[in-house]
Ligand binder design. Structure first.
Ligand code: GLA
Ligand code: ZN
Length: 677
């Protein structure tokens, strides 16, 4: 539902900071926004110090003016609570609000996202401010959503957090003995006799750095700290949420997430958020598949509901080493990609460029020149016109995916804390291997959590499912028995939810499903390779080679070299009406492409349509309407043959099945499928 029901057009706008400007400029801004067909602004993102000048005084006069002005101008508001950066006086007076970093160094006032999530001062005043704002502005009917804080995240290692962590452990484990078991403290004689002996895991205690990467000597406690931190910050979100809901129970509340953001378990967060919004800032080397994957992740955390693209830059960022401009057409192309993957609103950071501090060279709708004939403004204006024209045609539309990739934050944390077998083993790499292949086929994918519904899908892929949480094996077994195709990879099924190894042979509880026993894992160094032949072609085996024995599974391919030459590398096990594949190594994109092609054939999954490389086809379906997005990421134009009848929603042209259309470089088509006569 994102910004609510009965909305007649996709919302378009962005972060707007009139508090940085004199009032004359506001008038000018509105003229620009109208011209660009902008209808929504996110207000009040960083104004805590202005709103609360001291312990017990609040000052809303300026915000009142802004709110009245914005309402009078006919703009909708996504109302932020300003708690993403605390006031200087608060830090001075209540140092408990300051964070302590992983080195154990207490920070001074400065920056943002700088409050300790377990600070009583922070919790009290953040919630209070959210409540006061909601009370004051509850009659502003143009507020369509609340936006708690900003990009909540980070971590803290202060004494407050340490004490809260001990309480958390007590709640989680009940007895010190159980905690000792879970943390495996018989190792190196780390046995605790009292909760008070537990210190939080950081670089002063269990952690150390390898090539700048954070590692730990005790995965159990470090994993638990991750869970605790994610939950502590979520609790801060909840406190503000509740205050807002007291005043405005019907208005949805969100906060802007960050895609694959490791510190926060967004699958847990989503339960507490009314809708998902996120900030997409692809880095120069990112492929379109990477951005698509993150949209799919964000859609997936809240049961595939549509989301809001809360921020993207219209042109450039300021915080990368080399801040490359988005090329002409890129912003429009990536905005439609977001829409194609589930976005119901397209928003920018920011409307007007600041003149001071670190974001003065960050892109904005209105540039320092203050003109409406810049390249960027014209592109923003064109997209605004189009979105207005598209109305509500794809709003709340769903992605009809028959394949899912299992993604799990606990697994991510545990896997990458693991000492051995390989420092190069990265969860997201394994996820991308499979996702990218599906993406290139134009097969839609849902990214789901271990507790989500499995039955919707014909194929579920669980790359690097190192951790099997309680009940997951049962759900996978049932999925396969009922006819599903399950795929997992090297180093899966190894540990339980506490990172304790499941005994009796890898892949633990998945053994019978896969019909194999993995005896050893060989980590190859960079550049080292084994190989295997799959369906007549030779592919490399790198990173990790699992040495396995079939226990009922059919061997599809074997290693060609080394002492494990001839041992299986890919297996297939039939179980009930379905089957389970194990891919015991990491290979290259050609392999994943071929492998996924075979899986799709077996599962009878067909692509949305066949396109040339670099052209994406994606659909959203709503109330029986099907909207097809064709997105060309190439510089050159491409020809595409349509396999249905369509009407172009932007220029009204009609096309019949078999027609071929030319899509320009960086071009987009938004087509409505026509009823067959
Ligand atoms: C983040 C923040 C914004 C802004 C942008 C700049 O997404 O939420 O406040 O700093 O980055 O890219
Ligand atoms: Zn803290």
């Amino acid at each position: 539902m994102a910004y609510g029901k009965n909305i007649d057009r996709i919302f378009y706008g962005g972060d707007y900071n009139p508090e940085q400007w004199p009032q004359e400029v506001w008038e000018e801004d509105i003229r620009f926004m109208k011209k660009a067909h902008i209808n929504l602004v996110t207000l009040n993102t960083f104004s805590w110090a202005a709103l609360q000048p001291s312990e017990d005084s609040y000052c809303f006069e300026k915000l009142d003016k802004i709110m009245d002005f914005v309402r009078k101008s006919g703009l909708k508001v996504c109302m932020a609570t300003s708690t993403g950066a605390h006031p200087a006086w608060m830090a001075k007076r209540h140092p408990d609000i300051l964070r302590t970093d992983i080195n154990g160094i207490k920070r001074k006032f400065g920056g943002r996202h700088n409050s300790c999530p377990n600070s009583p001062t922070y919790r009290k005043y953040a919630a209070k401010l959210a409540g006061k704002l909601a009370k004051r502005y509850k009659d502003y009917e143009n507020i369509v959503a609340w936006h708690v804080s900003n990009e909540l995240g980070g971590e803290c290692y202060c004494e407050n957090c340490e004490q809260a962590f001990r309480k958390w452990l007590k709640r989680r484990f009940g007895t010190v003995e159980e905690m000792n078991r879970v943390f495996y403290t018989t190792f190196w004689g780390h046995t605790f006799y009292d909760w008070d002996e537990v210190v939080l895991p950081n670089l002063q205690s269990e952690h150390f750095l390898v090539d700048g990467e954070d590692r730990t000597m005790f995965q159990g406690i470090s994993l638990e700290y991750r869970r605790f931190m994610s939950e502590s910050i979520l609790e801060c979100f909840r406190l503000e949420y509740q205050e807002i809901k007291k005043e405005m129970p019907d208005i949805p509340v969100t906060t802007n997430l960050m895609g694959f953001y490791k510190p926060l378990d967004y699958q847990k967060w989503a339960e507490d958020m009314d809708f998902i919004s996120w900030d997409s800032y692809p880095e120069p080397g990112d492929t379109p598949a990477e951005t698509a994957l993150q949209h799919d992740l964000m859609r997936g955390i809240k049961k595939q509901e549509s989301f809001v693209l809360m921020e993207q830059t219209p042109s450039v960022t300021n915080w990368q080493s080399y801040n490359r401009l988005k090329r002409p057409g890129d912003m429009r192309l990536f905005s439609y990609q977001a829409a194609a993957h589930g976005a119901d609103a397209i928003q920018f950071f920011q409307i007007r460029r600041s003149i001071g501090a670190c974001e003065k060279f960050h892109g904005a709708v209105i540039d320092h020149a203050g003109r409406d004939d810049t390249r960027v403004f014209r592109e923003v204006e064109q997209l605004g016109r189009e979105l207005e024209q598209l109305g509500d045609v794809f709003l709340e539309g769903r992605t009809p995916a028959e394949m899912a990739i299992l993604f799990d934050w606990d697994n991510w944390w545990a896997l990458e804390y693991s000492a051995g077998p390989s420092i190069r083993m990265k969860y997201l790499d394994a996820v991308r291997d499979y996702y990218t292949a599906a993406y290139e086929f134009n097969v839609p994918v849902d990214i789901i959590g271990t507790e989500d519904e499995f039955d919707f899908y014909k194929v579920i892929i669980a790359p690097l499912l190192y951790m099997t949480k309680p009940g997951v094996d049962k759900r996978i077994r049932k999925f396969v028995k009922d006819g599903g195709i399950f795929v997992t990879t090297y180093f899966s099924g190894i540990v339980d939810e506490h990172d304790l190894v499941i005994q009796g042979g890898y892949p633990g509880k998945l053994r019978d499903i896969l019909g194999i026993w993995v005896e050893e894992n060989d980590a190859l160094s960079e550049g080292e390779e084994n190989s295997f032949v799959y369906k007549g072609n030779r592919y490399p085996a790198g990173l990790l080679c699992d040495l396995m024995h079939p226990e009922g599974a059919e061997v599809l391919s074997a290693y060609e070299k080394d002492f494990y030459q001839g041992m299986p590398v890919i297996t297939k096990n039939r179980l009930g009406r379905g089957c389970a594949y194990y891919v015991g190594t990491r290979s290259n994109s050609e392999f994943y492409y071929k492998f996924m092609e075979d899986i799709f054939t077996e599962a009878k999954i067909t692509e949305i349509m066949v396109t040339s490389k670099g052209v994406e086809a994606a659909i959203r379906v709503t109330d029986g309407r099907e909207v097809l997005f064709l997105l060309n990421y190439n510089k050159e134009s491409e020809r595409i043959t349509l396999n249905d009848d369509y009407r172009d929603l932007l220029d009204g042209k009609e096309y019949q099945t078999g027609n071929s259309i030319e899509i320009g470089g960086r071009g987009v088509y938004v087509l409505l499928k026509q009823e067959r006569k």
